[in-house]
Write a protein that binds this ligand. Structure first.
Ligand code: BG6
Length: 296
């Protein structure tokens, strides 16, 4: 089996190409490395904590049950920014498919971080499925409301840090014409620009982006990451730029903002409300594709 499983992480290597692999830290079930043919696709801070002392700065942290810091919900407002999934140790459930190799991780109230389930005592079960192609990575989530009496109200988001060469040569395409909420100036607008470009701190939530809109990260005209979403209508685009990076102790090197852009598919503009006993599924697929500029 192309799986190495130790106390803290699981490394899955593709049986047809030993240079394609994915490494998942059990803390947060955080994918913190994904290589295609030996080339790293994700950004990871050199100061990221991989010892379970705080969420990983880089890779694909998982955001559940709340995106950002909620101020109003009686239960969710008690949780720290981005919830409890990224601060809990998940259980490795093993391999579920040979080709493409696919593994799963699980989290529920019983094994999640007790400091946080004390604040948010909801019943839930999460299963993360990680599927490694020779040249793609698919992460899928199933949220199960295991309560037989209470609704489960939550956000979900894959907080994907994509590795890029230079943020000033990078654009994110196929979000033109979409409504977005700018978290820095706290205003909603329609994006009239043909592509997203970066010249300063950027922290925006694109809302209700159709699933057939394939988001691409393009470097000097060349598409370097393509992202397909299932059941994840929103997409956060984030780059901390100079000042915000300086303020984050685990963000290193400080010039690292040049080599990353977060494109984060999620359901965050509003909450998913799941009836007792019901399940909800969503996924992100990262792959390589030709430039595909979609008209509005
Ligand atoms: C993004 C948010 O998803 O995550 C930003 O839109 C936030 O507002 C960023 O700063 C990083 O969050 P954290 O909690 O990992 O520092």
């Amino acid at each position: 089996m192309p799986i190495q499983n130790n106390d803290s992480e699981v490394i899955l290597t593709h049986p047809k190409n030993s240079q394609s692999s994915v490494t998942i830290l059990k803390y947060g079930a955080t994918v913190y490395s994904w290589k295609i043919n030996g080339v790293e696709q994700l950004w990871l801070s050199t100061a990221a904590k991989l010892d379970g002392s705080k969420p990983v700065r880089g890779g694909i942290p998982l955001v559940f049950p709340v995106f950002g810091k909620n101020e109003t919900d009686p239960l969710l407002s008690k949780l720290p920014q981005h919830g409890l999934a990224r601060n809990s140790t998940w259980e490795f459930l093993g391999q579920v498919k040979e080709d493409p190799p696919t593994i799963q991780f699980g989290l529920n109230k019983e094994i999640a971080n007790p400091e946080l389930t004390k604040l948010w005592p909801q019943d839930f079960q999460l299963v993360l499925t990680v599927e490694l192609g020779v040249d793609f990575l698919k992460t899928s989530i199933e949220v199960d409301n295991t309560s037989n009496s209470e609704e489960l109200k939550f956000n979900w988001l894959f907080h994907t840090y994509l590795r890029i060469e230079d943020i000033e040569d990078t654009m994110v395409s196929n979000l033109a014409g979409m409504n977005f909420y700018d978290q820095l100036i706290k205003e909603s607008m329609v994006d009239k620009h043909p592509v997203v470009t970066f010249h300063q701190e950027t922290d925006v939530i694109y809302k209700n982006v159709n699933a057939d809109r394939v988001i691409q990260v393009v470097n000097r005209g060349k598409p370097i990451h393509t992202l397909k979403r299932e059941n994840l209508p929103d997409a956060v685009v984030w780059n901390p730029w100079v000042k915000k990076s300086e303020g984050m102790g685990d963000f290193e090197p400080k010039s690292g903002y040049k080599n990353m852009v977060c494109v984060e598919p999620g359901h965050v503009h509003d909450f998913v409300v799941l009836a007792p006993g019901k399940k909800w599924n969503a996924s992100q697929l990262l792959y390589k594709d030709a430039l595909n500029y979609q008209a509005i």
